[in-house]
Structure formats: structure tokens, C-alpha cells
Write a protein that binds this ligand. Structure first.
Ligand SMILES: Nc1ncnc2c1ncn2[C@@H]1O[C@H](COP(=O)(O)OP(=O)(O)OP(=O)(O)O)[C@@H](O)[C@H]1O
Length: 197
């Protein structure tokens, strides 16, 4: 049995990753699992809020805590994607990778799997506008991620969410998958040891 394909939507916050994912999930031709890193964090945060006291015997160093938690959650996220691919399911990875450590870990884990590397692009001005309009993201988040997330000079496929609506982006992605072209960019980035700094 063939392993599943990984559709990696690379874009900042508010670029439109979740909207495209919803379109991909709702169509019937190719089945996908949508794995958003946000859901992994929500589950963990619910657990912590229910179980952990506000104070700890040693006090709480929030930087240390968030490093331990983030590393663990990303590790579980990667393992869950890997498991699904191995079982033959197609996966959409909906996550923002804006630092070297995370990008290298993602690249190392998935470069030798069928990973379709998609640039979900949008201008900074439009990202700022969307961020203000939606009101559920920290203002300035997308702009702060912009230069790292969009540092790549190569994608298997690019969808500009300022020019296309989510359904059109999803259609473009599906056409690419159905064309059976090779997904080479992630492998090349691994060979070139590309970083996001
Ligand atoms: N192609 C598009 N054209 C116009 N508006 C869009 C498009 N895609 C998304 N939007 C709007 O941008 C906002 C953010 O979209 P979405 O939640 O899909 O982004 P995201 O990349 O998943 O963000 P985050 O990483 O913060 O979860 C929403 O209000 C959505 O309606």
C-alpha cells in the first residue's frame, strides 16, 4: 500500500491556510486529514488548566515551561502526521514555521516522504487588514512571521490568496495532485540544508 501524501501549507497567520484546508476537506475526490497545530495546543492547554495548580513548589519560569511544552507538542504533532502517512492517509499540515529549529525538525522528519510544499502567499498589507478584521489573533503576529515564513525561493506550488479565493486555491492544489507530478522541493531544500533565518 502507498503511503499518504503530506500537503504542507506554508503561510503566516491569516494567510488562508485553514480556509483552504476546509475546502480540501469538503471535496470528495481525494480524502484528507487536516492536522492543525492549534488543535494540539488547545487540547494541551485545556488539560493544563484543569489539572495544574497556578503555583508550583519551585515557582514557574514561563520561558522554560513554554519551551518544554512547545517541543513536546511539536514532537507529538510530527509523530501523528507520520503515523497517518504511514497508514496511507493523506494529511494537510496547517502550522506556522518561523524558526530554524522547528523548520529543520519538520524538514528532517518529512523530506523523504511525498511532501507537497505549498506557498500560501499574501501581501503584508492584506495580512494586516485580515488580522484586524478577524479580531481573534494578536495584532502584528502575521507581520512578525512574514520574513521567515516567506524566505523560500521555491515551492512545488504557490497559491496567492489575495488573487484567488479558498475554493480556487484548493482546486489548484487538487489539480496538481491529480497530475501525478513529482514533489521535489522539500527534498531539494533538505539537500541544500536550507534554513529560515
Ligand atoms: N483567499 C482568501 N481571500 C480572502 N480572504 C481570505 C482568504 N483566505 C482566508 N481569508 C480570510 O482571512 C482570515 C484568515 O483566514 P484563515 O483562518 O484561513 O487563515 P490561517 O492562515 O489559517 O490563519 P491562522 O494561522 O492564524 O489560523 C479569515 O477571516 C478568512 O476569511
Amino acid at each position: 500500500m502507498k503511503q499518504g501524501i503530506l500537503v504542507f501549507l506554508n503561510g503566516t497567520s491569516s494567510s488562508g491556510k485553514t480556509s483552504i484546508s476546509t475546502e480540501l476537506i469538503n471535496q470528495k475526490e481525494i480524502h484528507f486529514y487536516h492536522l492543525s497545530i492549534d488543535e494540539f495546543f488547545i487540547n494541551y492547554n485545556n488539560f493544563v488548566n484543569n489539572k495544574f495548580p497556578d503555583e508550583a513548589p519551585r515557582g514557574i519560569d514561563h520561558q522554560v515551561v513554554s519551551q518544554i511544552v512547545d517541543d513536546s507538542i511539536f514532537s507529538v504533532y510530527h509523530s501523528t502526521i507520520t503515523l497517518l502517512l504511514e497508514l496511507g492517509f493523506n494529511v494537510i499540515a496547517d502550522t506556522v514555521i518561523d524558526n530554524d529549529k522547528r523548520f529543520t525538525a519538520f524538514l528532517d522528519q518529512f523530506f523523504d516522504r511525498p511532501t507537497l510544499f505549498i506557498g500560501v502567499t499574501c501581501s503584508k498589507e492584506e495580512l494586516i487588514r485580515r488580522e484586524q478584521a478577524r479580531g481573534d489573533r494578536q495584532i502584528g503576529l502575521a507581520a512578525s512571521q512574514f520574513s521567515k515564513v516567506y524566505c523560500f525561493d521555491e515551492y512545488d506550488l504557490e497559491v496567492n490568496t489575495e488573487e484567488m479565493n479558498p475554493a480556487e486555491c484548493a482546486e489548484k492544489i487538487l489539480s496538481y495532485i491529480k497530475s501525478d507530478k513529482e514533489y521535489s522541493v522539500f527534498k531539494n531544500l533538505h539537500k541544500r540544508k536550507v534554513s529560515v533565518s
